[in-house]
Ligand binder design. Structure first.
Ligand SMILES: Nc1ncnc2c1ncn2[C@@H]1O[C@H](COP(=O)(O)OP(=O)(O)OP(=O)(O)O)[C@@H](O)[C@H]1O
Length: 248
């Protein structure tokens, strides 16, 4: 389970201070998919970066399975599998070697790495690319490699920054099935997207972020009810106060 409590993060730029995250709180439960939905620049990536301890919040707290991220970031990292916005797959290594490298960093034995690689490769349908050097991989193939690598240590919590970004329809469908599988295994899954339809199709709970703040949260039904709209898209527009988030 992941709890974000009143996160704030500002960046100093030449032209002034940007409040990227300005009061984000939510809970993501085990056995559920929680979607962070918001238009470009809403603060999703910055929120996720704080959750996976790449950045420290200016104020606010994060707990992963009860561990305070500011006190024990290493333990939090162990409990998380992360697909960052920059996929960062090593080009000279094969997909299998990319996965194994992360397994070794997590201290897994060779046998455990091989077993997890087999499970993940099957789930992500990547058997045919496993032993190819990732240089030249398509975006979808790179994303699959990065996800398999992120999950090699069998983490209870999974954070995915725009996992279907740039994927074709078939690969997106396969990715959805994979996320449902992670949910069925009882994991806590958080993913971000600016595509409302995708979040609606996948998520048990939706956290809508605009201008660095949570403007609404709940199930799709709760959001429709709250904004008195039968269509989730209309509820989303009302929640963020503009139509900018609708365009992928
Ligand atoms: N390192 C940084 N320095 C300065 N400004 C930043 C930095 N990182 C993010 N920002 C700004 O913070 C705001 C939120 O950015 P963020 O990447 O979190 O949004 P997002 O919701 O993930 O958007 P997108 O859907 O476009 O990826 C934006 O205005 C962005 O320009």
């Amino acid at each position: 389970m992941i709890i974000a409590n009143d996160l704030h993060k500002a960046f100093k730029t030449r032209t002034g201070t940007v409040k990227a995250v300005d009061g984000v709180s939510f809970q993501a439960h085990d056995g559920q998919i929680t979607g962070l939905l918001g238009p470009n620049g809403a603060g999703k990536t910055t929120s996720l970066r704080m959750l996976y301890t790449l950045m420290q919040p200016d104020t606010g707290s994060i707990h992963v399975d009860g561990i305070d991220a500011s006190r024990d970031p290493t333990a939090v990292r162990r409990a998380l599998g992360v697909l960052p916005d920059a996929r960062g797959v090593y080009k000279r290594l094969t997909a299998r070697e990319n996965i194994a490298y992360f397994g070794q960093l997590h201290g897994l034995s060779g046998a455990d790495v091989a077993a997890r690689t087999a499970v993940l490769s099957r789930a992500l349908d990547m058997d045919d690319i496993l032993d190819r050097q990732t240089d030249g991989f398509s975006q979808g193939q790179r994303t699959k490699t990065a996800i398999a690598r992120a999950l090699v240590h069998d983490p209870k919590n999974v954070i995915l920054d725009e996992p279907t970004n740039g994927l074709d329809v078939m690969t997106t469908r396969a990715m959805r099935e994979f996320l449902f599988q992670l949910r069925a295994e009882g994991r806590c899954v958080i993913f971000s997207s600016h595509i409302m339809q995708e979040v609606a199709a996948l998520c048990d709970r939706i956290v809508i972020i605009a201008k660095g703040r949570v403007v609404a949260a709940g199930t799709a039904d709760e959001l429709r009810e709250r904004f008195a709209e039968s269509n989730l898209e209309d509820a989303f527009v009302k929640a963020i106060g503009s139509e900018e988030g609708l365009h992928a």
